[in-house]
Structure formats: C-alpha cells, structure tokens
Design a binder for this molecule. Sequence first.
Ligand SMILES: Nc1ncnc2c1ncn2[C@@H]1O[C@H](COP(=O)(O)OP(=O)(O)OP(=O)(O)O)[C@@H](O)[C@H]1O
Length: 313
Amino acid sequence: MDSADAADTVVVADGLTKRYGDRTAVRGIDIQVRRGEFLGFLGPNGAGKSSTLRMVACVSPRTEGRLSVFGMDPDRHGPAIRARIGVVPQQDNLDTELSVSENLRVYARCFGIRRREVRRKIAELLEFAALTDRAGAEVETLSGGMRRRLTIARALVNDPELVLLDEPTTGLDPQARHLLWDRLLGLKRAGVTLVLTTHYMDEVERLCDRVIIIDQGRIIEQGTPPELIGRHAPPEVVELRYPPDRQAIAAEKLAGLCERVEVLPERLLLFVHHSEQALSEIYRSGLPPESSLVRRSTLEDVFLHLTGRSLDD
Ligand SMILES: Nc1ncnc2c1ncn2[C@@H]1O[C@H](COP(=O)(O)OP(=O)(O)OP(=O)(O)O)[C@@H](O)[C@H]1O
C-alpha cells in the first residue's frame, strides 16, 4: 500500500486471528476499511463478527496476524486509538439509574471534555438522538429504540472518526430501526467512517457501501450489495409453497425452468431472469403450487448460495 492509500485507509488487518482457548472465532481474515465508508459485516450468530469488531475497538487482543487502526497497533497504542473511535456494544451498558443527559455527561467527563463544552455537546447529542424532550428522564423509562439512540449518542461524545456498531438494531421494532438508520446515514454524510455487524441483510442493503460476508470465522465474499447479488443470484426469485410430500417432485421438475432451485424446509426458491414467464410455465407444468410470491434477489440469497444455510440458522 502506498502512502496515499494508507492515509485513506482507517483499518488494515492481515491474517487477523482470534482464539478463545481452543476455540477459533476469527480465522486469519484480511480487511481494509477506507475513510468515510460504511462497511457491514454480515453473518449468522457465532460467525466471528463481534470478535473482529472488539479487536478493532482495542478491547480484545488479537491472537495472531497484523492489525492497524489509524496506522497504529492496538496492542501498543490502545488509548490513542480509543480516543478517536466510538463503540456501540451489542448490549446497552447505560447507567440505568442516571438520567439521559447524566449518562452523556459522565461519559464526556471521562474523555476530559471541559465543563462548558460538555453542556453544548450534550444539547447537540440529545438533538441527534431525538431525545431532547427526555433529557431528564431516567434511562429505565426509555424504550429499546431510545436506549439504542442514547448509546450511539454517547459513543459520539469524543467526535470519533470511526464508529463501530455491534448489531445496533437487534430487537428493535421497524419504526425504531428506521429512525436509527436515519441517524447512522446522517453520520456517514458528516464524513464519519462506520463499521457495523448485523445478521439483517436489509440493514446492510440500506446502509452499507460495502459488505463483508463472514461465516465460521472466515470471509466468504465481499463487495457492494448490488455486486454480490449480481455475482451470485439471478435478479428475481419465485417462492413456491407445496405440500411436503410434493416438494421434492416439484423441485426436480421445475429445475429446468430456472437458473437455480434452493429447497428450504417450507418453500422452494426458483432463481429466474423473468418471473412472469417463469410463473406461467410453472402453472402450465401440471404442478400448481399452494401459493407463490415473486421478489427480487437479496443478500440472504447470496448467503444461502454460498453456505447452503440461511442467515438465521
Ligand atoms: N469471550 C469469549 N470466550 C469464549 N468464546 C467466545 C467468546 N466470545 C465469543 N466466543 C465464541 O467465538 C465464536 C464467535 O463469536 P462472536 O461473538 O465473535 O460471533 P458473532 O458473529 O458476533 O455472533 P453473535 O451475532 O452471536 O454475536 C462463537 O463460537 C462464540 O461462542
């Protein structure tokens, strides 16, 4: 990498490995995160996403490999790196007995921000989190979405250049997720580099410039969401339901009508280029399904194709 590239690259990992005793969570992965990009780590539970993020966040030492964040080694320069990043952990660790603004104040003081500056900062972060009218409320009284927004706001107290988010929307309802996505896109527009882990493919498709698909501690694919879908899945999917005793026969017979068939426990997925044509051929085939649905291909289909499993297996 030349020096111009190095200035544009916030995180570089080569052969990054994490073992817990005899369990290997991350198996020699190579990553580069470019300044200003929104990168997603997509993978099922236990894939090694959090372990990777925790090494970058300098809270978990690597076992092997090279890792550099802002050109520094987390083993030797942890505090200097941590001063420039914001971390949103998987579990909220807010102080539930303190108010919303006190949670921000305590954190700001930890970063040594001056008293006068703290007040301005808190007002700005409350507005960012859409919590201005809840400033005095105890955290215990907040909804899950509000708590997540507060956790993110707290991670921004030090104006980080890089924000690491571990499954930021797990457990939130759709409205709360959308509000949070909106805030994250606002950060990206402001030039912040963002890395998130998730097992929601729609989250990656909406937010991320680039995605790294990780499974069993290894990177299995990476690229922009449209690139990955274009590389691994024809554009449309016809989902068909059959009675269990007819599914295998249908899968065999309909295979000739599409580019690929995936057989899931309760449905068949037919990957096609022209769904209308495919559907009329399916209904003419003498094997009419109980129900059918047409949708576009997604990153979930890419994951299924690459691993034979679904993201929430
Ligand atoms: N502190 C730990 N001690 C021992 N094993 C661990 C520890 N943290 C993670 N693991 C194991 O390492 C593997 C990867 O876990 P990790 O949390 O990094 O995956 P993940 O992709 O983030 O999954 P999840 O979505 O469930 O958080 C799993 O098998 C997990 O049980």
